[in-house]
Design a protein. Structure first.
Length: 365
């Protein structure tokens, strides 16, 4: 077990932090969907708890402390509570928590959030079996893990992600060409269906004058040839000026970009949950997605977004063209998307459900 070093020497409370007994671990170097959900929840929890971040920074949260600083801060029980809670979301974080609790014998209990809608492999199954409480993001995810205390769907920060006063002006401010934007956001790899998005855009854009497609995200070194192949397809179609690959965009810049979009497209082959359609919905942007993740539930029977069986690029292209060619329908879906995000998928509701699990654990001791 080798916990990831912190990017900063200590949090606001240094090694004396954690007065409320809540530590949120973030030991992944990249900003992923998991990081985005952890960030949104932690920001909400700061209203109630003295949250300590362990490992890598979470935007808008206190500066992180290292794993060893977190261990020192967890040596003594927090005031009025029997133990600290370490909230973990990935394998390395579960390993770190088990080491702290079982090897160092610290007064720590571990809460794990699981979004995977498939059977875990042997090692994560063992790690999950050692958690003190598990939170599943969907009823489907709950079927694959033991010890589920509650099903709490991921939410979106509807304050950060909100509609633009003028979508057209927001798109102009983005600096990208054309009069409207369509985007896929996420890691560039086959599992995420980036090739499906590119194929759909090659078919749709000739029927959508003025629209520009953005493939937002980073390709790992092992997917460099996959990315190169996508760019070759775009070049062969003569669409290099309309299908752009801007790379990764930082979390602070993402809300402004999303509210300038006309459509978010997510066509993964597998997705545990999927947050980008929710961020789009909160921004008043409808989506077109594959039948993966929790996208069907997001869609509200087609009111806020459209779900394409098996993420078929041809059908996705037809639906995209039909929606964006009908301003009244697009406007109605934009309004429904924002309303559904507010009513059903707020991060405030998610944080409240998670906090209830913490409080129940502390009360049981």
């Amino acid at each position: 077990m080798s916990p990831h070093p912190a990017s900063s020497p200590s949090g606001p409370g240094g090694c004396d932090g954690g007065r409320d007994g809540l530590f949120v671990l973030n030991m992944h170097r990249n900003f992923t969907g998991v990081t985005a959900t952890a960030t949104a929840v932690a920001r909400q929890q700061l209203v109630r708890y003295d949250v300590q971040i362990v490992g890598r920074p979470l935007p808008g949260c206190p500066e992180p402390m290292s794993f060893w600083q977190a261990c020192r801060a967890s040596r003594e029980r927090p005031p009025g509570k029997p133990f600290h809670i370490w909230h973990v979301r990935r394998n390395p974080e579960m390993q770190a928590g088990i080491f702290a609790r079982d090897i160092l014998r610290l007064p720590v209990r571990l809460v794990f959030t699981s979004a995977a809608q498939r059977r875990h492999s042997a090692w994560p199954r063992w790690l999950i079996s050692r958690m003190d409480a598990v939170i599943a993001t969907t009823p489907e995810a709950a079927k694959f893990v033991p010890g589920v205390r509650i099903v709490a769907p991921h939410g979106v920060d509807t304050g950060r992600f909100h509609p633009a006063l003028s979508r057209d002006e927001a798109w102009v401010r983005s600096g990208y060409p054309g009069t409207a934007g369509i985007a896929a956001i996420g890691r560039i790899r086959p599992e995420k269906g980036t090739d499906r998005f590119v194929a759909a855009m090659i078919e749709a854009l000739p029927r959508l004058p003025g629209s520009t497609a953005l493939v937002i995200g980073k390709a790992a070194s092992e997917h460099a040839s996959f990315l190169a192949g996508l760019k070759s397809q775009v070049a062969a179609a003569g669409l290099e000026q309309r299908i752009l690959f801007p790379g990764e965009i930082g979390p602070d810049a993402m809300p402004d970009l999303v509210r300038g979009l006309s459509l978010l497209v997510a066509l993964p082959r597998y997705e545990g949950y999927g947050v980008t359609p929710l961020e789009a919905m909160a921004s008043g942007v409808p989506f077109v997605a594959s039948d993966a993740g929790w996208f069907e539930e997001f869609s509200g029977d087609g009111a806020a977004g459209l779900v394409i069986p098996e993420g078929d690029p041809g059908r996705a292209a037809d639906e995209i063209v039909a929606m964006l060619s009908d301003p009244e329908r697009h406007a109605a879906m934009s309004d429904a998307a924002r309303t559904r995000a507010l009513d059903r998928f707020s991060v405030a509701a998610e944080a409240e459900a998670i906090n209830a699990v913490y409080e129940a654990l502390w009360a049981e001791a």
